[in-house]
Design a protein around this ligand. Structure first.
Ligand code: PLP
Length: 414
């Protein structure tokens, strides 16, 4: 061992993938060339800075005249491997990783907009996204209008001369409403604005918004990309040019950086993304179909069901799969009884995890009206369609028969 020497760089196996490698191959291999040690699993570079050979080279690298790693706030090999892999899956030439999904949305707005600009956003997006746009960016003079997830006329009517960004999330949480990405891209581009799509629920394994004309794709890596509920992470995908020009400078000044450790966890999570999404979607469809036949269930929301109002659009846009999140309303006369019934179903579970997170291999169950949408007034909640009897299930890799039994424990008591 004392004589162990780094490999001759010319002998490091396979520095590049074939140009026509397909998504499943890219998901397990896209990244950076192996290091001089020839490792098969990607290395975790837990280092805040990178040593430079001499002062002149350091100067050239800090001035961006020469490409090399200098400081992990804005570039780290493990983070870059995650970015390259996610970009390959989304089919974009660029990607920038962030500390969380919310940090990605913050970086998006900071990179693209300035005071006086206007955003049109779906009313059904993640609650913190609405807060960030309305309360935080509102303070800095970026105004936002919120419109129906599905009514394109409302999106068109909300466009102003200063509209620079349209923001959508599809399917929505928890009612799984689907918006037409191609139609939104056309509306955005006709007025010189960009379209950003939060692709957290489908992931690139099911839906690639860039193929429908979206300019930027937002990810909470916390969800399906990690896939096992371990770390908080995020990213923006888009053209390499836009990432370089608009987002890297903000990252350098603001430090919304993803830690290399969390990047490594997400990088390895992406290796199983496609098979997890396919399998969890199949299990969600089985569970949704079964729920529709239960007498105690008034309604099921799941894009994979023929009863879903945008079933055809969802199937076309999401590779024929419904994703792994479904919601259902338990019967109950009036809000008080409906809420009590929903709580009974949740509290009788022995397998499902009672938690608001999603994207885990462990199935999670939650009551949106008192958790994710708990801060709304009852009137706002009803406008958003979040009934007191509504329960959301994010289906993991638990056995579907165990999940049915788990939900039945409470349903039979109603
Ligand atoms: C969770 C989530 C986010 C925020 O991601 P974090 O990683 O928790 O910051 C954004 N959008 C959607 C759709 C989400 O589900």
């Amino acid at each position: 061992m004392m004589s162990m020497k780094p490999q001759d760089p010319k002998k490091i196996p396979r520095v590049a993938l074939p140009a026509d490698a397909r998504p499943d191959t890219l998901a397990v291999r896209e990244g950076l060339p192996r290091t001089v040690w020839g490792e098969n699993s990607e290395a975790l570079f837990l280092t805040s800075s990178f040593v430079q050979p001499d002062a002149a080279t350091a100067a050239a690298r800090f001035a961006n005249e020469e490409e090399a790693f200098t400081y992990s706030r804005f570039s780290n090999p493990t983070v870059m491997m995650m970015e390259r892999r996610l970009a390959a899956l989304e089919g974009t030439s660029g990607c920038i990783a962030t500390a969380s999904g919310m940090a990605a949305i913050m970086l998006l707005v900071m990179g693209l907009l300035k005071a006086g600009d206007h955003v049109v956003c779906s009313r059904s997006v993640f609650g913190s996204t609405i807060k960030l746009l309305q309360s935080e960016f509102g303070k800095f003079g970026v105004q936002s209008s919120f419109v129906s997830q599905t009514d394109l006329a409302e999106w068109r009517a909300a466009i102003q001369p200063n509209t620079r960004l349209l923001f959508a999330e599809t399917p929505s949480n928890p009612l799984t409403e689907v918006c037409d990405i191609r139609a939104l891209a056309e509306i955005a581009h006709a007025c010189g604005a960009w379209l950003a799509v939060d692709n957290c629920f489908c992931s690139p394994a099911l839906q690639r918004p860039a193929e429908y004309g979206a300019d930027f794709i937002i990810h909470s890596g916390t969800k399906y990309l990690d896939g096992q509920g371990r770390v908080i992470a995020g990213a923006i995908c888009g053209s390499a040019e836009m990432v370089e020009q608009k987002f890297v400078p903000v990252m350098r000044s603001c430090g919304l950086s993803l830690s290399p450790f969390n990047a490594w966890v997400v990088l390895k999570g992406m290796e199983t993304l496609a098979i997890r999404m396919r399998e969890q979607s199949a299990r969600a469809l089985q569970l949704a179909t079964w729920l529709e036949s239960q007498v105690q269930v008034a309604r099921v929301y799941y894009p994979g069901l023929v009863s879903h109002p945008q079933h055809a659009l969802a199937m076309a846009q999401q590779a024929g799969l419904g994703g792994a999140v479904l919601s259902f309303v338990v019967r109950g006369e009036g809000a008080v009884a409906a809420r009590a019934n929903a709580f009974a179903v949740i509290d009788h579970t022995q397998v499902c995890s009672i938690t608001a997170n999603l994207g885990d291999t462990k199935t999670t169950i939650t009551h949106p009206a008192s958790t994710s949408h708990g801060r709304l007034t009852e009137v706002q909640r009803q406008a958003a369609g979040i009934a007191q009897g509504l329960i959301r299930v994010a289906v993991g890799l638990d056995d579907v028969e165990d999940l049915k039994t788990d939900l039945l424990r409470g349903l039979v008591t109603l």
